[in-house]
Ligand binder design. Structure first.
Ligand code: S3P
Length: 173
């Protein structure tokens, strides 16, 4: 079944990891986090991978992981890195792999969640808000292309979002 594979996409700080964890508990389906899988494979942090190998190499790692998961027969929830749908043919691959949800957040709520973050190489330095807005508007179409269902997250708790996903899953299966 297509809904044996649930994929969460969206911008950094949109809640994919927290919602993925809660969803995994509620549905009893294993959670995979693409960043964690890559960090474990490489035995390096995302910051180290970007610094030592560059962003392109990281994007190739993401695509390779996605291709492997597309072929996998296992059930899983995949929490994707915020750039995954925006490179190579990943948006199409995500859609073909399972049921995908775009967790949509405003730049303000992303800034609020990530204002002190040091783990996202693309958001370091000054003008974090401007960086978020610019990157988000470049990426919006990819997220929409990758997603079967869009869930707005502003003003909602992790539980609200999780329950909404479960409700929408019930409608399609
Ligand atoms: C990235 C998002 C990050 C991580 C890397 C690049 C991006 O994941 O993959 O820092 O390009 O948006 P999260 O969305 O889990 O923060």
């Amino acid at each position: 079944m297509l809904s044996d594979k649930i994929i969460l996409v969206g911008f950094m700080g949109s809640g994919k990891s927290s919602v993925g964890k809660r969803l995994s508990k509620k549905l009893g389906i294993r959670l995979l986090d693409s960043d964690t899988c890559i960090e474990e494979n490489e035995k390096k942090s995302i910051n180290e991978i970007f610094n030592e190998y560059g962003e392109n190499a990281f994007r190739n790692m993401e695509s390779e992981l996605l291709n492997k998961l597309f072929l996998s027969k296992d059930k899983f929830i995949l929490s994707t890195g915020g750039g995954m749908p925006c490179f190579n043919d990943n948006a199409k691959m995500i859609k073909k792999t399972g049921v995908s949800f775009y967790l949509m957040s405003s730049p303000d709520s992303v800034l609020e969640r990530l204002k002190n973050d040091t783990t996202r190489p693309l958001l370091q330095g000054d003008d974090r808000y401007e960086k978020i807005k610019a990157l988000m508007s470049k990426r919006e179409d990819f997220y929409r292309e990758a997603a079967d269902i869009i869930i707005e997250t502003d003003g909602k708790t992790v539980d609200d979002i999780t329950d909404e996903i479960i409700e929408r899953l019930g409608e399609i299966s």
